[in-house]
Design a protein around this ligand. Structure first.
Ligand SMILES: [Zn+2]
Length: 216
């Protein structure tokens, strides 16, 4: 495998440790009796209007500064439309344009005694979806308690700085520590508070073109 090189980018989603959800006053907490922490706003009832959670913005700002990002003085939310049962509004409020809260940052990670600078493309704010449960009877049920929980997305820069599994692991471990120390996320991966999606491709070493990307 010595003649092949992996190229690894990473998208990380972190649920923020706010008291309430992103655009309503429902409690932001893990678990609970299904569909007891939701309201007309986070279930997308007609006529309901979102009100932004100031503390969530502060937490993303804190993270963006810790990741050496430029801060956008104007930042815009979009409606990302798609149909899926865990998304009762049929759109997610997200920031996918050129004005995420933080952009063009970096994080230095230690890998086998060597320092690697991983560049960050963007740090932005969005809302989490509900959760589907697939029951033994073959039916599916949906719990909207998580719907509208403040969710921060941290995306690494392209072209990728990471080329080995060790670097990807070190990046995630370091990033998790930063988020936990900042007090913005509890880092409990077993509860889904922190989720990662690596984008992976391989190419012959020395090549300047990229292979076909797979998102894991
Ligand atoms: Zn709500």
């Amino acid at each position: 495998m010595a003649e092949w090189e992996a190229c690894i980018g990473m998208e990380v989603h972190a649920e923020l440790l706010t008291e309430s959800k992103m655009f309503c006053s429902c409690a932001n907490a893990f678990g609970g009796e299904p569909n007891t922490r939701c309201c007309p706003v986070c279930t997308g009832m007609p006529g309901s209007l979102p009100v932004m959670n100031k503390r969530a913005v502060e937490m993303v700002l804190r993270t963006a500064l810790a990741l050496n990002c430029e801060i956008s003085m104007t930042s815009i939310f979009h409606r990302k439309n798609y149909f899926y049962p865990d998304l009762p509004k049929n759109y997610q409020i997200s920031q996918y344009g050129d004005t995420p809260i933080g952009k063009r940052g970096w994080l230095v990670v230690l890998v086998n005694g060597r320092l690697v600078r991983v560049h960050i493309r963007r740090v932005h704010l969005e809302e989490d979806t509900g959760k589907l449960f697939h029951l033994p009877t073959g039916e599916s049920a949906v719990d909207y308690n998580r719907s509208g929980v403040p969710l921060m997305e941290i995306v690494t820069e392209f072209p990728p700085d990471m080329h080995t599994a060790e670097e990807a692991r070190a990046y995630l471990e370091t990033l998790r520590s930063v988020l936990v120390y900042l007090g913005v996320c509890d880092g409990r991966m077993e509860q889904g508070s922190l989720r990662c999606e690596p984008n992976l491709s391989v190419r012959p070493r020395g090549s300047d073109t990229f292979g076909v990307k797979t998102e894991l």
